[in-house]
Design a protein around this ligand. Structure first.
Ligand code: ZN
Ligand code: ZN
Length: 451
Protein backbone atom coordinates (compact mmCIF):
# COMPACT_ATOMS: atom_id res chain seq x y z
CA UNK A 1 0.00 0.00 0.00
CA UNK A 2 1.14 3.59 0.14
CA UNK A 3 4.78 4.02 0.94
CA UNK A 4 5.89 6.66 3.43
CA UNK A 5 6.34 10.05 1.85
CA UNK A 6 10.01 10.89 2.06
CA UNK A 7 9.54 14.17 0.29
CA UNK A 8 6.89 16.23 2.10
CA UNK A 9 5.74 19.12 -0.03
CA UNK A 10 5.76 21.69 2.75
CA UNK A 11 9.01 22.34 4.50
CA UNK A 12 8.97 22.13 8.27
CA UNK A 13 6.05 19.73 8.55
CA UNK A 14 6.54 16.19 9.68
CA UNK A 15 5.83 13.88 6.77
CA UNK A 16 3.36 11.58 8.46
CA UNK A 17 1.15 14.12 10.22
CA UNK A 18 0.41 16.17 7.08
CA UNK A 19 0.88 13.69 4.25
CA UNK A 20 -2.19 12.31 2.55
CA UNK A 21 -3.34 9.02 4.08
CA UNK A 22 -2.43 7.14 0.88
CA UNK A 23 1.18 8.15 1.43
CA UNK A 24 1.31 6.85 4.97
CA UNK A 25 2.20 3.20 5.58
CA UNK A 26 -0.79 1.04 6.46
CA UNK A 27 -0.64 -0.02 10.10
CA UNK A 28 -2.95 -1.76 12.57
CA UNK A 29 -3.92 1.63 13.98
CA UNK A 30 -4.69 3.45 10.71
CA UNK A 31 -5.80 0.78 8.20
CA UNK A 32 -9.45 1.80 8.43
CA UNK A 33 -8.51 5.35 7.37
CA UNK A 34 -7.02 3.97 4.15
CA UNK A 35 -10.29 2.33 3.18
CA UNK A 36 -12.75 4.25 1.01
CA UNK A 37 -15.81 2.86 2.80
CA UNK A 38 -18.35 4.35 0.40
CA UNK A 39 -16.75 2.71 -2.63
CA UNK A 40 -16.26 -0.51 -0.66
CA UNK A 41 -19.96 -0.59 0.08
CA UNK A 42 -20.94 -0.29 -3.58
CA UNK A 43 -18.38 -2.57 -5.15
CA UNK A 44 -17.80 -5.14 -2.38
CA UNK A 45 -20.31 -5.26 0.49
CA UNK A 46 -23.52 -4.94 -1.55
CA UNK A 47 -22.41 -7.59 -4.10
CA UNK A 48 -21.38 -9.95 -1.27
CA UNK A 49 -24.79 -9.38 0.33
CA UNK A 50 -26.40 -10.08 -3.07
CA UNK A 51 -24.48 -13.38 -3.41
CA UNK A 52 -25.68 -14.46 0.05
CA UNK A 53 -29.30 -13.49 -0.68
CA UNK A 54 -29.13 -15.32 -4.02
CA UNK A 55 -28.79 -18.60 -2.07
CA UNK A 56 -32.42 -18.14 -0.96
CA UNK A 57 -33.72 -16.66 -4.19
CA UNK A 58 -34.54 -19.09 -7.01
CA UNK A 59 -33.44 -17.83 -10.43
CA UNK A 60 -36.42 -17.76 -12.76
CA UNK A 61 -35.98 -18.12 -16.51
CA UNK A 62 -37.46 -14.75 -17.50
CA UNK A 63 -35.43 -13.00 -14.83
CA UNK A 64 -32.27 -14.73 -16.05
CA UNK A 65 -32.94 -13.71 -19.66
CA UNK A 66 -33.68 -10.15 -18.60
CA UNK A 67 -30.54 -9.96 -16.43
CA UNK A 68 -28.35 -11.13 -19.33
CA UNK A 69 -29.94 -8.70 -21.82
CA UNK A 70 -29.69 -5.85 -19.31
CA UNK A 71 -26.08 -6.86 -18.58
CA UNK A 72 -25.13 -6.46 -22.25
CA UNK A 73 -26.89 -3.11 -22.48
CA UNK A 74 -25.06 -1.85 -19.38
CA UNK A 75 -21.81 -3.18 -20.85
CA UNK A 76 -22.38 -1.34 -24.12
CA UNK A 77 -23.21 1.80 -22.16
CA UNK A 78 -19.70 1.60 -20.74
CA UNK A 79 -17.71 0.32 -23.74
CA UNK A 80 -19.48 2.07 -26.63
CA UNK A 81 -20.70 5.01 -24.52
CA UNK A 82 -18.45 5.99 -21.63
CA UNK A 83 -15.29 4.66 -23.24
CA UNK A 84 -15.34 4.98 -27.03
CA UNK A 85 -17.89 7.80 -27.39
CA UNK A 86 -17.22 10.14 -24.46
CA UNK A 87 -13.69 9.35 -23.22
CA UNK A 88 -12.16 9.01 -26.71
CA UNK A 89 -14.64 10.68 -29.10
CA UNK A 90 -14.20 7.82 -31.59
CA UNK A 91 -17.49 8.64 -33.35
CA UNK A 92 -20.43 11.00 -33.17
CA UNK A 93 -23.81 9.96 -31.82
CA UNK A 94 -27.27 11.39 -32.42
CA UNK A 95 -29.17 12.61 -29.35
CA UNK A 96 -31.35 9.48 -28.98
CA UNK A 97 -28.25 7.23 -29.07
CA UNK A 98 -26.43 9.53 -26.67
CA UNK A 99 -29.32 9.39 -24.17
CA UNK A 100 -29.52 5.60 -24.48
CA UNK A 101 -25.76 5.25 -23.87
CA UNK A 102 -25.88 7.58 -20.86
CA UNK A 103 -28.81 5.63 -19.36
CA UNK A 104 -27.29 2.23 -20.10
CA UNK A 105 -23.96 3.40 -18.68
CA UNK A 106 -25.57 4.58 -15.44
CA UNK A 107 -27.07 1.11 -14.99
CA UNK A 108 -23.51 -0.31 -14.73
CA UNK A 109 -22.87 1.56 -11.47
CA UNK A 110 -19.47 2.97 -12.41
CA UNK A 111 -19.84 6.66 -11.69
CA UNK A 112 -20.82 9.49 -14.01
CA UNK A 113 -19.59 9.87 -17.58
CA UNK A 114 -17.61 12.96 -16.57
CA UNK A 115 -15.83 11.30 -13.63
CA UNK A 116 -15.19 8.08 -15.55
CA UNK A 117 -13.88 9.77 -18.70
CA UNK A 118 -11.64 12.15 -16.78
CA UNK A 119 -9.92 9.26 -14.99
CA UNK A 120 -9.68 7.31 -18.23
CA UNK A 121 -8.10 10.20 -20.14
CA UNK A 122 -5.53 10.52 -17.32
CA UNK A 123 -4.90 6.79 -17.61
CA UNK A 124 -4.13 7.13 -21.33
CA UNK A 125 -2.04 10.25 -20.88
CA UNK A 126 0.03 8.95 -17.98
CA UNK A 127 -0.10 5.17 -18.52
CA UNK A 128 2.06 3.22 -16.03
CA UNK A 129 3.24 6.33 -14.18
CA UNK A 130 2.33 7.55 -10.71
CA UNK A 131 -0.15 9.95 -12.32
CA UNK A 132 -2.07 7.05 -13.87
CA UNK A 133 -5.12 6.62 -11.59
CA UNK A 134 -5.03 2.83 -11.96
CA UNK A 135 -1.45 2.06 -12.89
CA UNK A 136 -0.78 -1.68 -13.21
CA UNK A 137 2.76 -0.95 -12.03
CA UNK A 138 1.28 -0.85 -8.53
CA UNK A 139 0.09 -4.42 -8.89
CA UNK A 140 -2.71 -6.37 -10.53
CA UNK A 141 -5.17 -5.91 -7.66
CA UNK A 142 -4.43 -2.23 -7.31
CA UNK A 143 -5.29 -1.64 -10.97
CA UNK A 144 -8.35 -3.89 -10.74
CA UNK A 145 -10.01 -2.67 -7.57
CA UNK A 146 -7.43 -1.31 -5.11
CA UNK A 147 -7.50 2.20 -6.57
CA UNK A 148 -11.20 2.41 -5.66
CA UNK A 149 -11.34 0.68 -2.29
CA UNK A 150 -8.37 2.67 -0.94
CA UNK A 151 -8.35 6.44 -0.57
CA UNK A 152 -6.37 8.18 -3.30
CA UNK A 153 -4.59 11.51 -3.18
CA UNK A 154 -6.41 13.37 -5.94
CA UNK A 155 -3.46 15.72 -6.36
CA UNK A 156 -1.45 12.72 -7.55
CA UNK A 157 -3.71 11.97 -10.52
CA UNK A 158 -2.54 13.50 -13.80
CA UNK A 159 -4.65 16.29 -15.26
CA UNK A 160 -6.97 15.60 -18.16
CA UNK A 161 -9.02 18.07 -20.16
CA UNK A 162 -12.77 17.38 -20.12
CA UNK A 163 -13.98 20.78 -21.30
CA UNK A 164 -15.64 19.13 -24.31
CA UNK A 165 -17.68 16.95 -21.96
CA UNK A 166 -18.74 19.95 -19.92
CA UNK A 167 -20.35 21.32 -23.08
CA UNK A 168 -22.35 18.13 -23.65
CA UNK A 169 -25.86 18.57 -22.13
CA UNK A 170 -26.35 14.81 -21.70
CA UNK A 171 -23.07 14.53 -19.74
CA UNK A 172 -23.93 17.59 -17.63
CA UNK A 173 -27.41 16.29 -16.79
CA UNK A 174 -26.15 12.81 -15.95
CA UNK A 175 -23.37 14.17 -13.72
CA UNK A 176 -25.77 16.46 -11.85
CA UNK A 177 -28.40 13.77 -11.28
CA UNK A 178 -26.02 10.86 -10.98
CA UNK A 179 -27.01 9.41 -7.58
CA UNK A 180 -30.76 9.47 -8.29
CA UNK A 181 -30.39 8.07 -11.80
CA UNK A 182 -27.92 5.41 -10.65
CA UNK A 183 -30.22 4.12 -7.90
CA UNK A 184 -33.10 4.05 -10.37
CA UNK A 185 -31.27 2.35 -13.24
CA UNK A 186 -29.20 -0.12 -11.21
CA UNK A 187 -31.85 -1.33 -8.74
CA UNK A 188 -35.37 0.16 -9.06
CA UNK A 189 -35.83 -0.36 -12.81
CA UNK A 190 -34.87 -4.09 -12.89
CA UNK A 191 -36.88 -4.78 -9.71
CA UNK A 192 -40.02 -3.07 -10.99
CA UNK A 193 -39.73 -4.55 -14.48
CA UNK A 194 -39.34 -8.14 -13.25
CA UNK A 195 -41.98 -7.52 -10.56
CA UNK A 196 -44.65 -6.07 -12.84
CA UNK A 197 -43.65 -8.31 -15.74
CA UNK A 198 -43.77 -11.76 -14.13
CA UNK A 199 -44.07 -11.17 -10.38
CA UNK A 200 -40.39 -11.73 -9.55
CA UNK A 201 -39.65 -8.61 -7.48
CA UNK A 202 -36.96 -10.23 -5.37
CA UNK A 203 -35.25 -11.95 -8.33
CA UNK A 204 -35.29 -8.69 -10.28
CA UNK A 205 -33.61 -6.94 -7.35
CA UNK A 206 -30.97 -9.62 -6.72
CA UNK A 207 -30.17 -10.90 -10.23
CA UNK A 208 -31.23 -8.02 -12.48
CA UNK A 209 -29.89 -5.44 -10.03
CA UNK A 210 -27.15 -6.30 -7.56
CA UNK A 211 -25.47 -9.29 -9.20
CA UNK A 212 -25.71 -7.90 -12.74
CA UNK A 213 -23.99 -4.69 -11.57
CA UNK A 214 -21.37 -6.75 -9.74
CA UNK A 215 -20.50 -8.75 -12.87
CA UNK A 216 -20.41 -5.74 -15.18
CA UNK A 217 -18.23 -3.86 -12.71
CA UNK A 218 -15.76 -6.73 -12.46
CA UNK A 219 -15.72 -7.11 -16.26
CA UNK A 220 -14.94 -3.42 -16.74
CA UNK A 221 -12.27 -3.48 -14.03
CA UNK A 222 -10.55 -6.19 -16.11
CA UNK A 223 -9.75 -3.57 -18.76
CA UNK A 224 -7.60 -1.79 -16.19
CA UNK A 225 -6.02 -4.94 -14.80
CA UNK A 226 -6.14 -7.96 -17.14
CA UNK A 227 -5.71 -5.89 -20.33
CA UNK A 228 -2.47 -4.52 -18.86
CA UNK A 229 -1.34 -7.91 -17.63
CA UNK A 230 -1.83 -10.78 -20.08
CA UNK A 231 -1.34 -11.04 -23.83
CA UNK A 232 0.69 -9.86 -26.76
CA UNK A 233 2.13 -6.43 -27.56
CA UNK A 234 2.05 -6.28 -31.36
CA UNK A 235 2.22 -2.47 -31.65
CA UNK A 236 4.43 -1.21 -28.82
CA UNK A 237 6.00 -2.88 -25.81
CA UNK A 238 7.24 0.22 -23.99
CA UNK A 239 4.08 0.33 -21.86
CA UNK A 240 1.92 -2.35 -20.27
CA UNK A 241 -1.24 -2.55 -22.48
CA UNK A 242 -1.73 -5.96 -24.07
CA UNK A 243 -3.99 -7.76 -26.54
CA UNK A 244 -5.70 -10.95 -25.40
CA UNK A 245 -8.82 -12.76 -26.54
CA UNK A 246 -9.83 -13.67 -22.97
CA UNK A 247 -9.90 -10.00 -21.98
CA UNK A 248 -11.88 -9.27 -25.15
CA UNK A 249 -14.43 -11.98 -24.31
CA UNK A 250 -14.89 -10.61 -20.80
CA UNK A 251 -15.15 -6.96 -21.84
CA UNK A 252 -17.30 -6.88 -25.00
CA UNK A 253 -14.23 -6.48 -27.18
CA UNK A 254 -12.06 -4.11 -25.14
CA UNK A 255 -9.31 -6.74 -24.89
CA UNK A 256 -7.22 -5.53 -27.84
CA UNK A 257 -5.78 -2.99 -25.50
CA UNK A 258 -2.28 -2.69 -26.99
CA UNK A 259 -3.89 -1.51 -30.23
CA UNK A 260 -6.29 0.71 -28.29
CA UNK A 261 -3.55 2.58 -26.40
CA UNK A 262 -1.70 3.17 -29.68
CA UNK A 263 -4.79 4.25 -31.62
CA UNK A 264 -7.24 5.41 -28.90
CA UNK A 265 -9.50 7.45 -31.17
CA UNK A 266 -10.16 4.51 -33.50
CA UNK A 267 -13.73 3.27 -32.96
CA UNK A 268 -12.42 -0.29 -33.22
CA UNK A 269 -10.39 -2.19 -30.66
CA UNK A 270 -10.11 -5.29 -32.83
CA UNK A 271 -9.07 -4.58 -36.40
CA UNK A 272 -9.45 -8.08 -37.82
CA UNK A 273 -12.95 -9.21 -38.82
CA UNK A 274 -12.56 -12.50 -36.94
CA UNK A 275 -11.57 -10.90 -33.62
CA UNK A 276 -14.27 -10.52 -30.95
CA UNK A 277 -15.31 -6.88 -30.69
CA UNK A 278 -19.13 -6.67 -30.33
CA UNK A 279 -18.82 -3.02 -29.28
CA UNK A 280 -17.35 -2.23 -32.71
CA UNK A 281 -20.08 -4.28 -34.41
CA UNK A 282 -22.78 -2.33 -32.54
CA UNK A 283 -21.27 1.07 -33.39
CA UNK A 284 -21.13 -0.03 -37.03
CA UNK A 285 -24.78 -1.17 -36.83
CA UNK A 286 -25.82 2.16 -35.30
CA UNK A 287 -24.12 3.84 -38.23
CA UNK A 288 -26.21 1.78 -40.66
CA UNK A 289 -29.32 2.81 -38.71
CA UNK A 290 -28.35 6.48 -38.88
CA UNK A 291 -27.78 6.77 -35.13
CA UNK A 292 -23.97 7.11 -35.25
CA UNK A 293 -21.73 8.86 -37.78
CA UNK A 294 -18.15 10.07 -38.37
CA UNK A 295 -16.64 6.78 -37.19
CA UNK A 296 -12.90 7.39 -36.79
CA UNK A 297 -10.46 4.86 -38.15
CA UNK A 298 -6.69 4.99 -38.54
CA UNK A 299 -5.33 4.18 -42.00
CA UNK A 300 -4.13 0.60 -42.37
CA UNK A 301 -0.74 1.96 -43.48
CA UNK A 302 -0.27 3.79 -40.15
CA UNK A 303 -1.26 0.70 -38.19
CA UNK A 304 1.11 -1.51 -40.18
CA UNK A 305 3.99 0.91 -39.54
CA UNK A 306 3.65 0.33 -35.80
CA UNK A 307 3.31 -3.42 -36.21
CA UNK A 308 6.42 -3.68 -38.41
CA UNK A 309 8.45 -1.45 -36.08
CA UNK A 310 7.56 -3.64 -33.13
CA UNK A 311 8.43 -6.79 -35.09
CA UNK A 312 11.76 -5.19 -36.04
CA UNK A 313 12.44 -4.39 -32.39
CA UNK A 314 11.89 -8.03 -31.44
CA UNK A 315 14.15 -9.22 -34.27
CA UNK A 316 16.84 -6.72 -33.20
CA UNK A 317 16.75 -8.13 -29.69
CA UNK A 318 16.98 -11.71 -30.97
CA UNK A 319 19.89 -11.04 -33.30
CA UNK A 320 21.80 -9.06 -30.68
CA UNK A 321 22.09 -12.36 -28.79
CA UNK A 322 23.69 -14.15 -31.76
CA UNK A 323 27.41 -14.25 -32.63
CA UNK A 324 27.68 -13.07 -36.25
CA UNK A 325 31.48 -13.24 -36.42
CA UNK A 326 34.00 -10.46 -35.81
CA UNK A 327 32.79 -7.25 -37.53
CA UNK A 328 34.80 -6.55 -40.68
CA UNK A 329 35.88 -3.16 -39.34
CA UNK A 330 37.64 -4.85 -36.44
CA UNK A 331 39.63 -7.33 -38.53
CA UNK A 332 43.33 -6.69 -39.25
CA UNK A 333 44.18 -5.74 -42.85
CA UNK A 334 47.03 -7.84 -44.28
CA UNK A 335 48.95 -7.93 -47.57
CA UNK A 336 48.33 -10.74 -50.05
CA UNK A 337 51.88 -12.02 -49.58
CA UNK A 338 51.44 -12.10 -45.80
CA UNK A 339 48.30 -14.15 -46.32
CA UNK A 340 50.06 -16.64 -48.59
CA UNK A 341 52.96 -16.93 -46.16
CA UNK A 342 50.71 -17.39 -43.10
CA UNK A 343 48.67 -20.06 -44.86
CA UNK A 344 51.70 -22.33 -44.85
CA UNK A 345 51.29 -22.82 -41.09
CA UNK A 346 47.50 -22.34 -40.76
CA UNK A 347 44.68 -23.35 -43.06
CA UNK A 348 43.80 -19.86 -44.36
CA UNK A 349 41.40 -19.29 -47.23
CA UNK A 350 40.51 -15.92 -48.85
CA UNK A 351 36.93 -15.57 -49.96
CA UNK A 352 35.54 -12.24 -51.13
CA UNK A 353 38.61 -10.43 -49.82
CA UNK A 354 38.09 -11.82 -46.31
CA UNK A 355 40.62 -14.24 -44.79
CA UNK A 356 39.21 -17.27 -42.97
CA UNK A 357 41.04 -19.66 -40.67
CA UNK A 358 39.51 -23.06 -41.43
CA UNK A 359 42.17 -25.13 -39.58
CA UNK A 360 39.69 -26.66 -37.15
CA UNK A 361 37.03 -27.08 -39.82
CA UNK A 362 38.95 -28.92 -42.54
CA UNK A 363 38.15 -32.36 -41.12
CA UNK A 364 34.48 -31.50 -40.62
CA UNK A 365 33.88 -30.00 -44.07
CA UNK A 366 30.71 -31.70 -45.37
CA UNK A 367 32.08 -31.59 -48.94
CA UNK A 368 35.20 -33.53 -47.92
CA UNK A 369 38.72 -32.58 -46.88
CA UNK A 370 40.17 -32.50 -50.41
CA UNK A 371 38.04 -29.66 -51.78
CA UNK A 372 38.58 -27.31 -48.86
CA UNK A 373 42.29 -28.14 -48.72
CA UNK A 374 42.62 -27.14 -52.39
CA UNK A 375 41.62 -23.60 -51.49
CA UNK A 376 44.21 -23.04 -48.75
CA UNK A 377 46.48 -20.09 -49.47
CA UNK A 378 44.31 -19.07 -52.44
CA UNK A 379 41.44 -16.82 -53.36
CA UNK A 380 38.56 -19.31 -53.20
CA UNK A 381 35.78 -16.80 -53.93
CA UNK A 382 34.68 -18.38 -57.18
CA UNK A 383 35.14 -21.90 -55.88
CA UNK A 384 32.97 -21.19 -52.83
CA UNK A 385 30.27 -19.37 -54.78
CA UNK A 386 29.50 -21.96 -57.36
CA UNK A 387 32.75 -22.70 -59.17
CA UNK A 388 32.82 -26.02 -57.37
CA UNK A 389 29.78 -25.87 -55.20
CA UNK A 390 27.25 -23.10 -54.56
CA UNK A 391 27.28 -22.93 -50.76
CA UNK A 392 24.18 -22.34 -48.68
CA UNK A 393 23.33 -19.29 -46.63
CA UNK A 394 24.14 -21.34 -43.53
CA UNK A 395 27.57 -22.11 -44.98
CA UNK A 396 28.24 -18.39 -45.51
CA UNK A 397 27.15 -17.70 -41.94
CA UNK A 398 29.39 -20.45 -40.61
CA UNK A 399 32.27 -19.14 -42.72
CA UNK A 400 31.83 -15.69 -41.16
CA UNK A 401 32.54 -17.17 -37.74
CA UNK A 402 36.01 -18.19 -38.99
CA UNK A 403 37.11 -14.85 -40.40
CA UNK A 404 40.42 -13.50 -39.13
CA UNK A 405 41.49 -10.73 -41.52
CA UNK A 406 41.01 -8.65 -44.66
CA UNK A 407 43.27 -8.72 -47.72
CA UNK A 408 44.54 -5.27 -48.72
CA UNK A 409 43.90 -4.32 -52.29
CA UNK A 410 41.18 -6.88 -52.66
CA UNK A 411 37.66 -5.78 -53.24
CA UNK A 412 37.05 -5.16 -49.57
CA UNK A 413 35.87 -1.58 -50.03
CA UNK A 414 32.94 -2.76 -52.07
CA UNK A 415 32.48 -5.63 -49.67
CA UNK A 416 32.22 -3.33 -46.66
CA UNK A 417 29.47 -1.47 -48.39
CA UNK A 418 27.97 -4.82 -49.29
CA UNK A 419 24.28 -5.24 -49.80
CA UNK A 420 22.25 -6.99 -47.12
CA UNK A 421 23.97 -5.32 -44.17
CA UNK A 422 21.52 -4.19 -41.54
CA UNK A 423 22.29 -1.93 -38.61
CA UNK A 424 19.97 -2.85 -35.75
CA UNK A 425 18.75 -0.48 -33.06
CA UNK A 426 20.90 -2.35 -30.59
CA UNK A 427 23.98 -1.37 -32.61
CA UNK A 428 24.63 -4.98 -33.49
CA UNK A 429 25.21 -5.34 -37.17
CA UNK A 430 24.06 -8.41 -38.97
CA UNK A 431 23.04 -9.49 -42.41
CA UNK A 432 19.78 -10.31 -44.06
CA UNK A 433 19.53 -13.91 -45.26
CA UNK A 434 21.77 -14.43 -48.25
CA UNK A 435 23.57 -11.15 -47.61
CA UNK A 436 26.92 -12.34 -46.28
CA UNK A 437 29.84 -10.43 -47.79
CA UNK A 438 31.42 -13.64 -48.98
CA UNK A 439 28.44 -14.37 -51.23
CA UNK A 440 28.90 -13.68 -54.92
CA UNK A 441 26.74 -14.27 -57.94
CA UNK A 442 27.77 -17.62 -59.41
CA UNK A 443 30.56 -17.14 -61.91
CA UNK A 444 30.21 -20.54 -63.49
CA UNK A 445 26.85 -22.07 -64.17
CA UNK A 446 26.63 -25.53 -62.75
CA UNK A 447 24.00 -28.26 -62.86
CA UNK A 448 22.40 -26.68 -65.93
CA UNK A 449 23.11 -29.25 -68.61
CA UNK A 450 21.30 -28.55 -71.86
CA UNK A 451 18.71 -31.14 -72.74
ZN1 ZN B 1 -5.42 0.94 -20.46
ZN1 ZN C 1 -9.31 3.98 -23.59
Amino acid sequence: MGAADNNPRKKGHSSTSKAHISKQPMTWSNWYKHINWLNCTFILFVPIGGCILACWTPLRLYTAIFAVVYYFNAGLGITAGYHRYWAHRCYKATLPLSIYLAAAGVSAGQGSIRWWSKGHRSHHRYTDTDKDPYSVKKGFWYSHIGWMVLHQDHKRIGRADVSDLDEDPVVRWQHKHYIKSAIFMTLIFPTVLCGLGWGDWKGGFIYGGILRVFFIQQATFCVNSLAHFIGEQPFDDRNSPRDHVITALVTLGEGYHNFHHEFPSDYRNAIEWWQYDPTKWMIWLWKQLGLAYDLKQFRANEIEKGRVQQMQKKVDTMRSKIDWGIPLEQLPVIEWDEFVEASKTRALIAIGGVVHDVTAFVKEHPGGKAFIASGIGKDATAMFNGGVYRHSNAAHNLLASMRVGIVRGGCEVEIWKGVGRVEGKTGVETLAAGGQVTRRAPMVKVDEAQP
